[in-house]
Design a protein around this ligand. Structure first.
Ligand SMILES: CC(C)(COP(=O)(O)OP(=O)(O)OC[C@H]1O[C@@H](n2cnc3c(N)ncnc32)[C@H](O)[C@@H]1OP(=O)(O)O)[C@@H](O)C(=O)NCCC(=O)NCCS
Length: 221
C-alpha cells in the first residue's frame, strides 16, 4: 500500500515507523507547510499540505494519514484537505489487540501494545497511543487523542476533540465533553463538561476554555 503522510514532526515519525513496519507498505510523500513547494527527492515527494491532494492523481490506491498529534490542528488539516474519508488509512500496529466487534474509523491510528475491547467505537482521525486500553462499549469521538498508558474502563464516552493526558484513568460510564482536556495522571470519576481542562486525582476542572470551543465550532477548524 502507498501512503502519503501529512505532517512532518515528532508524531509523524512514530506513525511512519508504524506504517513501514508492515510488509508491502511504502511512503511516497511527506506533506507539511514547512515545505514551500513540492519536490521529488530520491523517489519521495516533499510538499506543502495542500499539494498532497495531487498525489491521488498520480498514484492509484494511495492512502492518506494525518500524522499530527494536536487535535485541533488535525481537524483543521482534514477540513482544509477535504479528501473523502475512504481515502484515509486506518493504521494499526501489529502488537495491538483489537476485538473483532470493535469499529475503528478511517484516519485513526492505534499504537503498539494498545488493547481495544468488545463493542467499542473509535471515530475518524483519532489517536490511540502506545499501551492504552479502551475497554468494552466505550465510544471515542473524531479527532480524539488518547495518550500513552491511558485506561478507559467500560462504556466511557469521549466526545469530539477530547485529549486524555498520559497515564490517566476514567472510571466506567463517564463522559468527557467535546474538546476538553484531561491532564496527565488524572483519575476521572465524574462527567467532565465540554471545553474544560480537568486535572488531578480525582480530576477537578482547572480551566474552562469555552471561548476557544466556540471558535472551533464556528470555523470548524
Ligand atoms: C493539564 C495540562 C494540559 C495543563 O496545561 P495548562 O493549561 O497549560 O496548565 P498549567 O501548566 O498552566 O497548570 C495549571 C495548574 O494545573 C496544575 N496541573 C497541570 N497539569 C497537571 C496535571 N497533569 N496534574 C495535576 N495538576 C496539574 C498546575 O500545577 C497548575 O496548578 P496551580 O494553578 O496550582 O499552580 C497539562 O499540564 C497536561 O497534563 N497535559 C498532558 C500532557 C500529555 O500527557 N501529553 C501526552 C502526549 S503523547
Amino acid at each position: 500500500m502507498k501512503f502519503a503522510v501529512i505532517g512532518y514532526g515528532g508524531h509523524s515519525k512514530v506513525i511512519c515507523e508504524l506504517i513501514l513496519s508492515q510488509k508491502g507498505n511504502e511512503i511516497i510523500g511527506y506533506f507539511d507547510d514547512k515545505f514551500e513547494e513540492i519536490r521529488l527527492i530520491e523517489n519521495t515527494y516533499f510538499g506543502p499540505v495542500l499539494s498532497a491532494k495531487r498525489m491521488a492523481d498520480y498514484f492509484h490506491e494511495i492512502k492518506f494519514v494525518i500524522a499530527i498529534g494536536n487535535n485541533k490542528a488535525r481537524k483543521a488539516i482534514a477540513n482544509k484537505l477535504d479528501i473523502l474519508e475512504k481515502y484515509y488509512a486506518t493504521v494499526i500496529h501489529k502488537s495491538a489487540i483489537i476485538s473483532p466487534t470493535a469499529k475503528i474509523g478511517n484516519g485513526s491510528v492505534v499504537m503498539p501494545n494498545s488493547v481495544i475491547n468488545a463493542d467499542t467505537e473509535i471515530g475518524l482521525h483519532a489517536i490511540i497511543n502506545t499501551g492504552s486500553i479502551i475497554e468494552h462499549d466505550s465510544i471515542v469521538g473524531d479527532f480524539v487523542h488518547v495518550s500513552p498508558g491511558v485506561t478507559l474502563t467500560g462504556a466511557v464516552h469521549l466526545d469530539e476533540g477530547v485529549s486524555i493526558g498520559a497515564g490517566s484513568t476514567i472510571i466506567p460510564n463517564r463522559k468527557v465533553g467535546k474538546w476538553s482536556v484531561i491532564g496527565a495522571g488524572a483519575t476521572v470519576i465524574n462527567d467532565i463538561p465540554a471545553f474544560c481542562t480537568a486535572v488531578g486525582v480525582p480530576a477537578r476542572i482547572s480551566k474552562v476554555n469555552e471561548e476557544e470551543g466556540e471558535l472551533i465550532d464556528k470555523h470548524s477548524i
